[in-house]
Design a protein around this ligand. Structure first.
Ligand SMILES: Nc1ncnc2c1ncn2[C@@H]1O[C@H](COP(=O)(O)OP(=O)(O)O)[C@@H](O)[C@H]1O
Ligand SMILES: [Mg+2]
Length: 250
């Protein structure tokens, strides 16, 4: 029991453009939800209404005073104040479980500027962390994939995110080379939106395209056909229709 209260607890957060994952020891993943925040502007100040999946579900259905924001885009922080609020809400929500302030590790994209890194560091301390360690994405991805990052053998890590694909070579615990491209998961979604527009004269949302990609996209066994049906709006008449799409088309 004493061990439970005195043992230092660590939190590791993968702060992604689309999704944020939080891992606690020894429970494992305790949060895996969109990097999304819903705020209400009241008397000139912002109040957090929801974060994660709850906030995402409000998108497109909010009254004027409520805003749903994805504060990171293409792996960089596009709305810093909101990123701080998101991290603050996330960490203080988790800190309820801690008697002592925990150490917090944050996995960040390599393209953050020193100013952004510093502000994120400060924001996490402000949210109640005892110590903050920023870990670059390729290293956390490599550790997650069970790769020994201290080995002298060069390893290539490909991290395909929503807005950014990062390809890195690591060796002996350091980054040897890296390149990133904005062609990533979102580009695949947009390609599906375009395909359905041109081949079926239907308009679908990016979220529906993502659902189709996840359900039907299959590079491991491309000869196996899967089909799904979905509902959307006809581009010509504006009426609701259902359509079928197959993994072969994708
Ligand atoms: N099972 C899957 N098959 C194909 N793409 C997927 C699958 N699961 C998630 N994705 C895609 O991965 C991207 C999100 O990756 P993630 O690492 O969470 O993003 P980020 O690091 O940018 O927050 C999205 O484009 C999502 O559609
Ligand atoms: Mg990611």
């Amino acid at each position: 029991m004493i061990d439970f209260f005195t043992k230092r607890r660590d939190i590791v957060i993968d702060l992604g453009t689309a999704n944020t994952i939080v891992c606690l020891e020894p429970q494992g993943v305790v949060f895996n939800e969109p990097s999304c925040i819903a705020i209400e502007r009241k008397y000139g100040s912002d109040k957090v209404v929801a974060i994660g999946s709850k906030a995402k579900a409000m998108r497109g259905k909010t009254p004027e005073k409520l805003k749903v924001i994805y504060p990171l885009s293409s792996g960089a922080i596009s709305d810093f104040e909101m990123t701080k609020t998101f991290m603050g809400t996330l960490i203080s929500g988790l800190l309820g479980r801690f008697i002592f302030k925990p150490r917090v590790g944050i996995s960040i994209p390599q393209n953050l500027t020193p100013v952004e890194r510093n502000s994120l560091y400060e924001a996490t301390l402000l949210a109640g962390a005892k110590e903050v360690v920023l870990i670059e994405d390729p290293f956390s991805a490599a550790v997650g994939a069970g790769i020994d990052i201290s080995s002298s053998r060069g390893r290539m890590i490909v991290d395909l995110g929503s807005g950014l694909t990062e390809v890195s070579i690591i060796s002996l615990g350091g980054l040897v080379a890296s390149k990133s491209s904005k062609v990533a998961g979102d580009s695949l979604d947009m390609a599906i939106v375009e395909y359905i527009k041109h081949h079926k004269s239907l308009s679908i949302s990016k979220d529906m395209a993502e659902e189709i990609k996840i359900k039907l996209g299959n590079i491991e066994n491309p000869s196996h056909e899967e089909r799904m049906s979905a509902k959307t709006k006809d581009l010509i008449h504006g009426l609701p229709v259902s359509f079928e799409i197959s993994s072969y088309e994708l």
